[in-house]
Design a protein around this ligand. Structure first.
Ligand code: DOR
Ligand code: ZN
Length: 346
């Protein structure tokens, strides 16, 4: 049996949703992680400090008393976001970061940003106060092929923001392409990227294995194998610009297995075991702690956690539960197509 002890990890990108789903999914994250950045794409979205504070309270109520966990709240950027109020919300520590969704890019993003120029004054203010900007990096034009939307966003939008505001702290979230890894590596020192377990584990073939596979549908959509390999290289390299953001995104199976299935992979339950296996398969376990416990904290100017977790490699493959049950509904739990031998103990 092999064991490694590492600093307790953080998940820099989660969707907790609300109500019954929130109650069911929060413990799946708080069991292993110390902190998470919580996405604001509820219906209606989290637009101001008051809503963020109330949402945080609902999350805190769902944290098991045995878990030590801090949710870091975000605000959903719109073309109407009030600069002064946002500054105050950050100063009061009610809100940790701002999320930019290009309008229509993904689940509940209709009130996102259509014209980046319109939010530049807010981004300038954020640069001054050191407030991080989290970006869903995809253009939404119907004419652009869905597999090219991240690359076009980088060329047409991100590059503009980075040139105009080189000191703005930016996270390009859930990156999926070689171009994104390259841009981030060579970009401003304040620019970093998060990577999800499912984009590290799967390529786009996973969408069509003997039929359509709605549970592997997420946004940005899975890409070719060469892109997956570039992500694995970036994540396992130890480069401080890359860190874990699981983008765990629960949807009920009935909403995924539908004529118009929702985008999102619910991966919170086993993500750390899966990542340990991925790093092990690449002979890079020495860089796992950087990716899941150090690099993100450094990017966000936070201390690394004091606690540690123990990861254990057994001789037998882990058996994963298939679903998280919520009343008479269920959510499919992400499982990769390779065997996983690692488990996490507290
Ligand atoms: O697959 C995704 N699901 N990508 C996103 O950007 C949003 C998320 C969700 O909220 O379901
Ligand atoms: Zn997300």
């Amino acid at each position: 049996m092999e064991e490694i002890e590492i600093i307790k990890p953080d998940d820099w990108h989660v969707h907790f949703r609300d109500n019954e789903i929130l109650k069911a999914v929060v413990p799946e994250t708080t069991r292993h992680f110390a902190r998470s950045i919580v996405m604001p794409n509820l219906v209606p979205p989290i637009l101001n400090a008051k809503q963020a504070i109330e949402y945080k309270k609902r999350i805190e109520k769902a944290i098991p008393t045995t878990d030590n966990f801090e949710p870091l709240m975000t605000i959903y950027l719109t073309e109407e976001t009030n600069k002064k109020k946002l500054k105050q919300a950050f100063k009061d520590e009610a809100v940790f970061a701002v999320k930019l969704y290009p309008a229509g890019a993904t689940t509940n993003s209709d009130s996102g940003v259509k014209d980046i120029q319109k939010v530049m004054p807010v981004l300038e203010m954020m640069t001054e106060i050191g407030m991080p900007l989290l970006i869903h990096g995809e253009v939404t034009d119907k004419e652009i092929d869905i597999f090219d939307r991240e690359k076009v966003f980088i060329d047409d939008k991100l590059n503009f923001i980075c040139k105009e505001l080189p000191d703005l702290k930016i996270t390009l979230e859930h990156i999926t392409t070689t171009e994104a890894t390259q841009y981030v590596k060579e970009g401003n020192k304040n620019l970093a990227a998060s990577i999800t377990p499912h984009h590290l584990a799967l390529n786009r073939n996973a969408l069509f294995v003997g039929g359509i596979r709605p549970h592997n549908y997420c946004l940005p959509i899975l890409k070719r194998e060469m892109h997956r390999k570039a992500l694995v290289e970036a994540a396992t390299s130890g480069n401080p610009k890359f860190f874990l953001g699981t983008d765990t995104a629960p949807h009920l199976t009935k909403d995924k297995e539908s004529a118009c299935g929702c985008a999102g992979v619910f991966n919170a339950t086993y993500c750390l075991s899966i990542l340990a296996q991925l790093f092990d398969n690449e002979n890079s376990l020495n860089n796992l702690e950087n990716f899941i416990s150090r690099n993100g904290a450094k990017h966000y100017n936070l201390k690394t956690n004091n606690e540690t977790v123990l990861m254990i490699k057994s001789n037998e493959t882990s058996i994963f539960r298939e679903f998280l049950h919520i009343g008479n509904q269920k959510i499919k739990i992400f499982k990769p197509d390779f065997p996983v031998f690692w488990t996490i103990s507290k």
